[in-house]
Design a binder for this molecule. Structure first.
Ligand code: HEC
Length: 105
């Protein structure tokens, strides 16, 4: 882990602006504080502020773009007792969401 100077990882096919829209539209903010989403924000899940600096996804997987996408595709497969439901997103949308999350420092 660097000291905050690491470049934002690129995620093939991922568009951060599109990911931000999906996060607001999919109700992620019902459970997560998401910086810049402008939507009502809940606290059932951890704040996603500073997510790019987190060492692990859900405290389980090293925080790499691939692992992030794996978690988002099926959270319970990674963290069996998690309260997070699997988002109804296809792979292209998951890539956009991941591309947005890795910009949150
Ligand atoms: C019903 C509440 C709920 C909803 C809706 C929800 N999440 Fe979560 N999310 C959680 C909880 C609870 C955790 C903690 C998981 C764990 O550590 O087991 C979590 C964890 C995460 C993590 C890992 C955070 C970390 O610091 O490791 C990410 C990333 C994430 N959610 C993104 C999303 C996105 C994107 C959406 C919308 C598509 C979403 N969540 C919708 C409850 C929710």
């Amino acid at each position: 882990m660097g000291c905050g100077e690491d470049p934002v990882p690129t995620i093939a096919g991922g568009d951060a602006a599109e990911g931000r829209r999906i996060v607001a539209a999919q109700g992620c903010t019902a459970c997560h504080v998401v910086p810049g989403s402008g939507a009502p924000q809940g606290h059932a899940g951890p704040s996603l502020q500073g997510f790019a600096r987190r060492g692990y996804v859900a405290g389980v997987l090293p925080n790499t773009p691939d692992n992030l996408i794996r978690f988002l595709r099926d959270p319970a497969a990674i963290a069996p007792r998690t309260a997070m439901p699997a988002p109804a997103l296809d792979d292209a949308q998951l890539r956009h969401v991941a591309a947005f999350l890795v910009t949150l420092r």
